[in-house]
Design a protein around this ligand. Structure first.
Ligand code: CO8
Length: 265
């Protein structure tokens, strides 16, 4: 399945279960206007629809990337920003939609990842970057600040000093420094980037989908709640996973010394 929306391209590989959503405004460094934000959500919904005809879970992982040579995403579209970025809507924002999407979303960062673009990457489950990439929060230069939780996310990942440094200076930092600070998961040499991301994502897509979903839910709970409540929540998720066909398959495969084939049931 390949499908184009106005500002994103969507692909699905039914061999691996990997979907790709490509932000496609390369002339504006994939800056987020209202259409692109809506299309990211529409693209993810389109990919999720792959599960409808499948037995179990067809969609196993999603890669979010930016078209063109220069950027993952250079932030909110500065042109249409004050007029269209703050509109009240009953629909979830693309940030929230990614955060709550039941499948892991991997931000594939090759180039600039700034402002709302960095917040989009931070809403994803993983950030993989090429070594030439740069991240930052330039909002302060516009007299604002990262309005979609950027300081919150970076504080949780890297501590308040790093969050304040990024947001208060507006400086870009290298992917390597961002990885040292825990903001980016892995940085790869430019010529190894495509293969390394493919390998990471394909491996992830081969894991038991319901367990992966439970881990995403557990990690989301961990950043918002106390330890006792979080551990109790994990206990419920675990009890549910014990009843799944995937657990039976995993245990059988282990006993038979073969690779498991998980279906997400
Ligand atoms: N919005 C619109 N267009 C952009 C943006 C942007 N954010 N960034 C770049 N472009 C456009 C440029 O205008 C240019 O267009 P054209 O060719 O028509 O002149 C084209 O992309 C290429 O850009 P440059 O020529 O500037 O390329 P350079 O390589 O010289 O520089 C930079 C690249 C450093 C990335 C530079 O473009 C830049 O600094 N861009 C602005 C980055 C920025 O300030 N982003 C933050 C925006 S604010 C934000 O994200 C707040 C989010 C809060 C969310 C709240 C939700 C409720």
């Amino acid at each position: 399945m390949d499908e184009d929306f106005d500002t994103v391209m969507v692909e699905f590989d039914d061999e691996t279960g990997v979907g790709t959503v490509t932000m496609n405004r390369p002339d504006a460094l994939n800056a987020l206007n209202g259409q692109l934000r809506d299309d990211i959500v529409a693209g993810l919904r389109r990919l999720e629809a792959e599960n409808e005809a499948a037995e179990g879970v067809a969609l196993r992982a999603v890669v979010l990337e930016g078209a063109g040579e220069k950027a993952f995403c250079a932030g909110a579209d500065v042109g249409g920003f004050s007029s269209d970025s703050a509109g009240a809507s009953s629909e979830p924002s693309h940030y929230e939609f990614i955060r709550e999407f039941p499948v892991p979303v991997i931000a594939k960062i090759d180039g600039y990842c700034l402002g709302g673009g960095l917040e989009t990457a931070l809403a994803c489950d993983f950030r993989l970057a090429s070594e030439g990439s740069a991240v930052g929060f330039p909002e302060v230069n516009l007299g604002i600040f990262p309005g979609a939780g950027g300081v919150q996310y970076v504080t949780k990942l890297a501590g308040p000093a790093v969050a304040k440094e990024l947001a208060m200076t507006g400086d870009h930092i290298s992917a390597e420094r961002a990885a040292d600070e825990g903001i980016i998961n892995h940085v790869y040499a430019d010529d190894e980037f495509e293969d390394a991301v493919d390998e990471f994502v394909t491996d992830l897509a081969g894991q038991a989908p319901l367990a992966i979903q439970a881990i995403k839910q557990s990690a989301a709970m961990a950043v918002q709640t106390g330890l006792n409540e979080g551990v109790a929540y994990d206990g419920q998720l675990f009890a549910e996973l014990l009843q799944t066909d995937d657990h039976a398959e995993g245990a059988a495969a282990f006993g038979e010394d073969r690779d498991p084939e998980f279906q997400g049931k």
